[in-house]
Design a protein around this ligand. Structure first.
Ligand code: FEO
Length: 171
């Protein structure tokens, strides 16, 4: 059984993952209205992955005898300035999530909760890969600059990019 403090941190993380899912869903919907269907597809998929992360935490908390709390959701932004803004926001958001995950790791070590520590390692690797993917996308967007043709090709090719394609351990 995890301590109440760790259960609280895990529940906070449930809320963070739900928030990420909602945020990326808003990005996906906006990109779709801009005719950027490849980018929208990528973001819809990313939003689904965040929901899976949330479920992983919910199931773990309950399996350990705690009570996972389904959080209230905040309204994410409706519009975004540009595709670049979206991926900059995404990277900033993921860096924040990484820090929160690291906080849980730290707490597990302090409380000698090796079971939760072991469980949370999956998230540590996932964060490394997600950050690497966001940086890779921003590098590509930098190369494209204001070139509309480049954005067209990027929108077509982003469908093949995923956390898996960046490779374990990131780049
Ligand atoms: Fe669930 Fe994007 O980390």
């Amino acid at each position: 059984m995890a301590s109440k403090k760790i259960e609280k941190s895990l529940n906070d993380q449930v809320a963070n993952e739900a928030d990420s899912s909602q945020y990326y869903l808003a990005m996906a919907s906006w990109a779709e209205t801009q005719g950027l269907n490849g980018i929208a597809e990528f973001l819809y998929k990313h939003s689904d992955e965040e929901r899976m992360h949330m479920l992983k935490l919910v199931r773990f908390i309950n399996e350990r005898g705690g009570h996972a709390i389904v959080p209230k959701l905040d309204q994410p932004p409706k519009t975004f300035n540009s595709i670049r803004t979206i991926f900059e926001n995404l990277l900033t958001h993921e860096i924040r999530v990484t820090n929160e995950i690291n906080g849980i790791v730290d707490q597990c070590l302090k409380e000698k909760d090796y079971t939760t520590h072991n469980f949370i390692q999956w998230f540590v690797s996932e964060q490394m890969e997600e950050e690497a993917l966001a940086r890779l996308i921003l590098d590509k967007l930098n190369l494209i600059g204001d070139d509309k043709g480049g954005l067209y090709l990027f929108d077509r090719d982003i469908a093949t990019l995923s956390v898996e394609s960046v490779g374990a351990g990131g780049g």
